[in-house]
Design a binder for this molecule. Structure first.
Ligand code: PLP
Length: 493
C-alpha cells in the first residue's frame, strides 16, 4: 500500500470510509508507482479545482462513479459498428453496455433513436451533418445515376457526387452571436465540406428574431438549419425553428450541447424541448448533463440508420469505457435530484445576472433564461482577455467571449461568459450568487489596462488594487470550504 491510501486509512474511521475515495486514492497510488508526474498533475488539478470558483458555463463536476467507470479495461476493446452489429468478435459486453446507455438516454429524453458513441460534441455534429448529406443528397444522387450503392459508382460518378455534396448549405447561429465553431465557422470543417451561411441576433435586443430568420431561410434555402449555441443566454423556441425549416424542407438539427442537462432536467419543456421538433439532436455529455466528456446523437426514423453508421462515416472505434460512464450519467440524470439540480442551475444564473446588473454591470439581453450569462465589458474600458485574467487572479475561472459585432475580435473579445452548472453541483444558492456577483463587480469595476514599457496600454493585461484581489481570494476560499469538491477524497494539502 502506498502513501495516499495509507494516510486515508490512518485518518478516517472505518465507519466513515467511502469506497469511491478508496478506489480513487488507490488508483493515484498505482499511477504514482508508474509515473509520479501524472499522479502529481491529477492531484494538482484537484487542488486547483478546490481553490478556484468554476464559472465556466461549459464545465461541471461529474460524479465519482462516472469518473471511475472510465478507468478500466474497457478502454482496450475495439467495437466498431453498433450494438449486435460489430466488425469485431468478442463485443458481447460492449453490446450490453452500449444498448443500456442507449435505453437510459431514450428514457431520459423521450427520444426514438439514440447513438452514444461520439467522442465529443464536434464528432456528434459531424455525424449529424453526414447523416443528412447521406440520406438527403448522396442516396438520391446514387439513385439518379441508376446505381444501387456507393461502391457501384465509377471514379468520375463518385467525383460528381462529391461535388454535389460540397455545394449543400448549412445555416447556423454566427459565432459572434453565440453559435459554436462547428456551426459553419470559416476556420472549421463545417464550412469547408458545405457552404455556410450564418444568422445573427437582433442588434437591439440580442435575441434571435424568428421573422428575420424565416425570411433569410426562405432566401438561402439551406439543406440544414442548425439551432443551438455556446453563448446565447436565452431559450430557443424549437416549434418555431421547425416551422421555419419546413418552409424550405430543410432538416432541423438542434445542437443542445450546452443545455441538454436542462432538457433532461425538465426545465426546458414544450416548445423549448428540441426532441419532439428536431429531425436530429446532438449534444455533449459533459456540460449541464454532468457526464463524462463525450457526445450523443438522437435521430428520428429518417436518419436513424445513417446515424448508426457514425463509424465509418466519421469515426473509428467507439470508447467503451466512456460509454460505460455515459450509461451511469444518464441514469443519474433520470432522477428527481437531477431535476431539482437543473432548475437550481437556471435559478442561480438568473439571480447572478440580476445581482450583477444591480451592481452596475451590463448583462447581454438583460439577463438569462438558461445556465449562462454574458457580461458586456465595453462600458468598463477593459476587454475580455483582461477580465478573464484578472478574475482568475481573484480565484474565479471564467472565459472571455465575443459579443455581437465585437469591436475587439474573437481573441481579445469584449465580454465574459459566466455559468452556474458547476457551482450548483457544489450546492451553492442565492446567498453565494450574491457574494460572487460582488466579487466580479468589484474586480471588473476597479480594473484598468496595464501600461507597457513603451507607455502604451496593454491589450492583454489589466491591474486591480491588491486589497480587492486579496479580499476576493478570501471570500472564494471561504465559499469553497463551505461547499467542498469531492469532500470524501482527502489528500494532504
Ligand atoms: N456544440 C456546442 C454548442 C458546444 O458548445 C461545444 C463545445 O463547447 C461543442 C459542440 C463541441 O463539443 P466538444 O468540445 O465535446 O467537441
Amino acid at each position: 500500500m502506498s502513501h495516499y491510501l495509507k494516510k486515508y486509512f490512518e485518518k478516517t474511521k472505518e465507519s466513515e470510509r467511502s469506497t469511491a475515495a478508496i478506489a480513487y486514492l488507490a488508483s493515484l497510488d498505482h499511477i504514482e508507482n508508474s509515473e509520479p508526474k501524472v499522479s502529481q498533475a491529477i492531484i494538482q488539478e484537484l487542488k486547483d479545482q478546490r481553490s478556484y470558483l468554476k464559472l465556466i458555463a461549459s464545465e461541471n463536476y461529474s460524479s465519482l462513479a462516472v469518473q471511475l467507470a472510465m478507468g478500466n479495461l474497457l478502454t482496450d476493446k475495439y467495437a466498431e459498428g453498433y450494438p449486435f452489429h460489430r466488425f469485431y468478435a468478442g463485443c458481447e459486453n460492449v453490446d450490453t453496455l452500449e444498448s443500456m446507455a442507449q435505453e437510459e438516454l431514450k428514457s431520459l429524453l423521450g427520444a426514438k433513436h439514440a447513438y452514444v458513441q461520439p467522442h465529443s460534441g464536434a464528432d456528434a455534429n459531424l455525424i449529424a451533418f453526414w447523416a443528412v448529406l447521406t440520406e438527403r443528397v448522396q442516396n438520391k444522387e446514387i439513385q439518379a445515376l441508376g446505381k444501387a450503392t456507393l461502391d457501384e459508382l465509377t471514379e468520375s460518378e463518385y467525383e460528381t457526387v462529391r461535388q454535389v455534396l460540397n455545394k449543400q448549405k448549412v445555416m447556423g447561429l454566427a459565432l459572434g452571436a453565440g453559435g459554436h465553431l462547428t456551426h459553419g465557422y470559416r476556420h472549421n470543417i463545417s464550412s469547408k465540406m458545405m457552404q455556410s451561411v450564418s444568422y445573427g441576433v437582433d442588434p437591439k435586443t440580442g435575441l434571435i428574431d424568428y421573422e428575420a430568420l424565416k425570411a433569410q431561410v426562405i432566401k438561402e434555402k439551406p439543406l440544414i438549419l442548425l439551432a443551438g449555441y455556446s453563448a446565447y443566454p436565452r431559450k430557443i423556441n424549437f416549434a418555431k425553428m421547425r416551422a421555419i425549416a419546413d418552409e424550405v424542407n430543410a432538416v432541423l438539427i438542434v445542437d443542445m450541447a450546452h443545455f441538454s442537462g436542462l432538457v433532461a432536467g425538465k426545465v426546458f419543456q414544450g416548445e423549448f424541448d428540441p426532441i419532439p421538433y428536431a429531425h436530429i439532436v446532438t449534444s455533449t455529455t459533459h456540460k449541464t448533463l454532468r457526464g463524462p466528456r463525450g457526445g450523443i446523437v438522437l435521430a428520428n426514423d429518417e436518419f436513424s440508420e445513417a446515424v448508426n453508421k457514425g463509424c465509418p462515416l466519421v469515426m473509428g472505434g467507439p470508447l467503451p469505457h466512456v460509454i460505460a460512464a455515459k450509461a451511469i450519467a444518464f441514469k443519474e440524470a433520470n432522477t428527481q435530484a437531477f431535476r431539482n439540480y437543473a432548475s437550481k442551475v437556471v435559478e442561480n444564473a438568473s439571480l447572478l445576472a440580476s445581482f450583477l446588473q444591480e451592481l452596475g454591470l451590463k448583462v447581454l439581453t438583460n439577463g438569462t433564461e438558461n445556465h449562462l450569462l454574458i457580461v458586456d465589458l465595453t462600458p468598463l474600458k477593459i476587454n475580455g482577455r483582461q477580465a478573464e485574467t484578472l478574475l482568475r487572479k481573484a480565484h474565479l475561472t471564467v472565459n472571455r467571449n465575443s459579443i455581437p459585432n465585437d469591436p475587439n475580435g474573437p481573441w481579445y473579445t469584449s465580454g465574459i461568459r459566466v455559468g452556474t452548472p458547476a457551482l450548483t453541483t457544489l450546492g451553492m444558492g442565492e446567498k453565494e450568487m450574491a457574494e460572487i456577483a460582488k466579487i466580479i463587480a468589484s474586480v471588473l469595476k476597479s480594473a484598468e489596462p496595464d501600461t507597457q514599457k513603451d507607455g502604451q496600454k496593454s491589450k492583454a493585461k489589466a491591474i486591480v488594487p491588491e486589497n480587492i484581489l486579496e479580499s476576493s481570494q478570501e471570500t472564494v476560499a471561504r465559499l469553497l470550504k463551505e461547499y467542498p469538491l469531492y469532500p470524501e477524497i482527502t489528500i494532504d494539502e
